[in-house]
Design a protein. Structure first.
Length: 500
């Protein structure tokens, strides 16, 4: 595997269609659009209500931002401290530069136990590296235990949302998947299963129970890692995580290096903002923490795999590094008008929506067609920034990455500085921006051009020709005023009605 892998094993970045094409197909699927609209609007409304209960939400948001920025500036120090604390508590730390290395480490650790199956807690990091597929290639079967992840796995599907991976499925589709597939993976669905939520949940509970009780190896990610004690934290709503983290004899956790926080006091901030921003709950029903191993309590062996996979390269970008603050709450997806209509699969990564549009092109680079198109998968409305609990200015990073796509320039890939070439298909955009730069730096030429455009406005077309046709195909071309602003200002004395 070359480059950085960020999930979607069925569609590697080199073959995934560009976002506009994939989104066009999704928009024409009425069932998908209805599923997405209903789910995102419901979650959005509940989140707004939960956040409104907190009088100091703005202060918590700023605190989360400051903690994350401080940690990223001193990431090397805190990672070393974490390794020391985990090791002292009886765990073993492994460092993985990329997806291949992480998958190899996990596969070797599972083989050493002699087991051929693992149970998994919902984990974006393991999806990012394609761990399930890598384990399958080694003869090891991985069972997802989160309800939504189970639906995706049984349906031979791909996740389309960070928090609710099966958001694109309705209850009828889930019932059919359970009836058809459960028997191939373990306990079959009950006879006469309907699409009632309680029945679907009970079918999943019975199916998973035997796996929890049988599994000797658990695999997880982590929402946070506390450097001062070497503690890992998983927050979830179903209890499956607690089962996976406590029952197996061996626990392997794959965690991105940016998930670290310095102290337990810092963790307090995120345990308030994450549940309200994600599930609209005041607190998570299950908050599991573990520090190494303890005799007679929980797994006897613990391994922590610290994953880079492009994060260090992202850290080198002074503008783009703020994406590493992300705590995976998915609030930005639920307010994004683009995601609501296109769904998660169009983004070609396990990180969909606004955060995926800035994170994936940084982890993987912008060389592929899909990654070069992702910074444009936004209307720049700013709703994502307004709801982000760690104040990631996603529109700012989108514009920054658009400049990188169009102009190329310096970037860091694989720890080395490289000079990126401009992406194909943006020659007209580059020419237009250079013409604008030339005009704006010459006041006389700008004034002449403005007057010429105003005086010829009756001759202007209602739609643009050539590449501009795509822009005016969905919006009106702004009307040109009768006179330029500068002329109006001079004529009216700055709007006071008299000449200067």
């Amino acid at each position: 595997m070359s480059g950085t892998f960020v999930g979607m094993p069925e569609f590697p970045p080199s073959t995934q269609p560009a976002f506009p094409k994939a989104a066009h197909e999704a928009v024409n699927n009425p069932v998908l659009r209805e599923n997405l609209r209903h789910a995102t609007h419901t979650i959005r409304a509940k989140r707004a209500k939960a956040v409104a209960e907190v009088s100091d939400w703005a202060a918590l948001r700023e605190a989360g931002k400051q903690i994350k920025d401080h940690t990223l500036r001193h990431l090397d120090r805190y990672l070393v401290q974490l390794e020391e604390r985990v090791t002292a508590a009886g765990g073993t730390v492994h460092w993985a530069a990329d997806a291949d290395e992480a998958n190899r480490i996990v596969a070797d650790l599972v083989r050493e136990t002699g087991e051929s199956e693992v149970v998994k807690v919902k984990s974006m990091a393991t999806q990012e590296i394609g761990l399930n597929e890598a384990l399958e290639a080694e003869g090891i079967r991985a069972y997802e235990t989160d309800l939504a992840e189970l639906i995706v796995q049984l349906g031979h599907d791909r996740p389309s949302h960070i928090l609710v991976p099966a958001i694109h499925r309705n209850r009828g589709e889930i019932r059919d998947i359970f009836r058809r597939e459960m028997g191939e993976w373990g306990r079959p669905a009950p006879e006469g299963l309907t699409d009632a939520p309680a029945e679907l949940a009970e079918a999943a509970r019975l199916h998973l129970r035997e796996k929890f009780l049988r599994a000797k190896v658990g695999v997880s990610g982590a929402n946070f890692m506390v450097a001062e004690t070497g503690t890992l934290v998983v927050v979830e709503s179903e209890g499956n995580g607690r089962m996976c983290l406590t029952l197996p004899e061996t626990l392997i956790s794959v965690v991105g290096i940016e998930k670290i926080v310095p102290t337990w006091q810092d963790l307090e901030v995120f345990l308030q903002t994450l549940p309200r921003s994600s599930t609209a709950e005041r607190m998570n029903p299950y908050t599991s923490t573990w520090t190494g191993t303890t005799d007679g309590d929980g797994p006897r062996t613990f391994h922590l795999v610290l994953l880079d996979n492009g994060r260090t390269d992202t850290l080198a970008d002074e503008v783009g590094r703020q994406a590493l603050r992300c705590i995976r709450c998915s609030a930005c997806l639920n307010v994004c008008p683009v995601y609501e209509r296109a769904g998660g699969h169009a983004y070609g990564s396990v990180y969909p929506g606004p955060i995926g549009a800035i994170l994936s092109p940084q982890l993987r680079g912008t060389a592929s067609e899909i990654d070069a198109s992702l910074p444009y998968a936004s209307s720049l409305c700013g709703a994502c920034y307004e709801v982000c609990p760690v104040a990631i200015d996603i529109p700012e990073v989108l514009v920054h990455l658009r400049e990188r796509v169009v102009e190329g320039g310096e970037a860091v890939r694989g720890g080395n500085k490289v000079l990126l070439k401009p992406a194909k298909g943006h020659a007209a955009e580059r020419a237009a921006m250079r013409a604008a730069r030339w005009a704006f730096s010459r006041p006389a030429a700008l004034r002449t051009g403005q007057r010429l455009v105003s005086r010829s406005r009756r001759l202007h077309p209602r739609t643009l020709p050539g590449p501009g046709r795509a822009w005016t195909g969905t919006r009106d071309l702004p009307a040109v005023p009768a006179e330029p602003f500068r002329d109006w200002w001079q004529r009216t004395g700055g709007g006071k009605g008299g000449a200067k």
